[in-house]
Write a protein that binds this ligand. Structure first.
Ligand code: PGA
Length: 254
């Protein structure tokens, strides 16, 4: 069996407007990507089309940070799956904790969006994670199982292999976050894999990449990526500078 692909992605969140994003995308286009690594970058909507064009023939996938589930209509401020697709994006990030915490995203809306993404040929990158409170009360496994089951409800057998998951403990994300212990991450990913096996069967579940995210940096990235059932990392701050993203990619490849 060949080596598993290591996914390394970064969401720029609300950073890099059109001009800055173009500069970053041109620098990304120059990177040489090691074998067995699949990088992806998730710019804000205003930069999506430009970043997609610059990276079109490169081995770096581009995604949107969110989208609506309907294909058109009176939804002020929203962006539809066909719009994301038309920009040239390959994937779409759904259910990030910042969307759940500040913008009312729920497991049910994530599910609608997952089904819409699959319908339009976009790879859903579904973010799941326990809050500090859920972690403290030791219900992380139950929370993750629930989030995965609702997010993937109604996904057809042949569609499961288009799914990407990212486990991102809410308490590990951002300036105030603390990186999770590797033992803890390993256990969570094992539980997530079990849930995927329940939903999709063993063979298919094995093919669904499950990434880890939350205060990932150059030092800890290779440790997370080496864990069983961890198929790569989803990075924020440490990968916003292209040099940081490059260094993390290289740290995982070697
Ligand atoms: P961070 O963000 O690496 O800056 O903690 C991670 C994320 O939100 O995916």
């Amino acid at each position: 069996m060949g080596r598993r692909t290591a996914w390394v992605g970064t969401s720029w969140k609300m950073n890099k407007g059109p001009a800055e994003a173009v500069v970053a995308a041109r620098a990304l286009a120059e990177l040489s990507i090691p074998p067995h690594v699949q990088p992806f970058v998730v710019p804000p909507f205003t930069s999506l089309k430009d970043v997609c064009s610059i990276l079109r023939d490169k081995n770096i996938l581009v995604g949107a940070q969110n989208m609506h589930w309907e294909n058109e209509g009176a939804w002020t401020g929203e962006v539809s799956p066909p719009m994301v697709k038309e920009c040239g994006a390959a994937l779409v990030e759904l259910g990030h904790s910042e969307r759940r915490t500040y913008f009312g995203e729920t497991d049910q809306t994530v599910n609608l969006k997952v089904l819409a993404a699959l319908k339009y040929g976009l790879k859903p990158l579904v973010c799941i994670g326990d809050t500090q409170e859920e972690y403290a009360f030791n219900v992380t496994n139950e929370v993750l199982a629930r989030q995965v089951k609702i997010a993937l409800h109604g996904v057809k057998a042949h569609e499961f292999e288009n799914i990407l998951l990212a486990y991102e403990p809410v308490w590990a994300i951002g300036e105030k976050g603390r990186p999770a212990e590797t033992d803890f991450v390993q256990n969570c990913h094992e539980q997530v894999r079990q849930t995927l096996i329940e939903l999709a069967g063993e063979e298919t579940a094995e093919r669904i990449p499950v990434l880890y995210g939350g205060s990932v940096n150059l030092e800890n990235a290779p440790h997370y990526a080496a864990l069983p059932n961890v198929d790569g990392v989803f990075v924020g701050r440490a990968a916003w500078p292209v040099a940081g993203f490059k260094a993390i990619i290289e740290s995982i490849a070697t």
